[in-house]
Design a protein around this ligand. Structure first.
Ligand code: DQA
Length: 147
């Protein structure tokens, strides 16, 4: 029997992790974080599919393709979090749980980061744990799906 799939999405500029503002985002590269997230999913009997894109439409296409196929979505939408209503609408049309993820804590930063269009369609948010965030979000998703 094939294993259920968790879709992990990383939005704009997250391909620069490792070089970008380590004070907020830690020092690990995205490849490292996704590798750890995949190991965690695997340990719990899930497949992990990951996409990073700097383009809103690519993320929307991936969310639409997950409908009826993926068990849940973990999304770090980067700056799209704060204004991309197309991503909100695509997530709202997804049939499984959504977890919002941030490496930094947006609520402790500039006021424009305090608004999230992902939060209203998410079961919860993992934020502020830097390099640990990706694994913590997968752990949270596994618990959510196991209920
Ligand atoms: C981020 C927080 C966003 O405000 C920011 O635009 C990012 C990364 C985070 O992971 O902390 O690109 O989503």
């Amino acid at each position: 029997m094939s294993r259920p799939t968790i879709l992990l999405l990383s939005g704009p500029n997250l391909n620069l992790l490792g070089e970008r503002d380590p004070r907020h985002y830690g020092t690990a590269t995205l490849d490292t974080l996704v590798g750890l997230a995949r190991q965690c999913a695997d340990r719990h009997g899930y497949e992990l599919e990951h996409l990073q894109s700097n383009h809103e439409g690519d993320l929307i296409d991936a969310i639409q393709r997950a409908r009826g196929r993926c068990a849940g979505i973990v999304i770090n939408a980067g700056a799209f979090t704060h204004y991309a209503w197309g991503i909100h609408d695509a997530l709202a049309a997804f049939d499984g749980p959504v977890i919002e993820l941030h490496l930094s804590n947006p609520y402790a930063r500039e006021p424009w980061r305090h608004v999230s269009v992902v939060a209203p369609v998410a079961v919860g948010t993992i934020a502020g744990f830097k390099d640990d965030g990706y694994v913590l979000a997968i752990e949270a998703m596994v618990r959510m799906l196991g209920r």
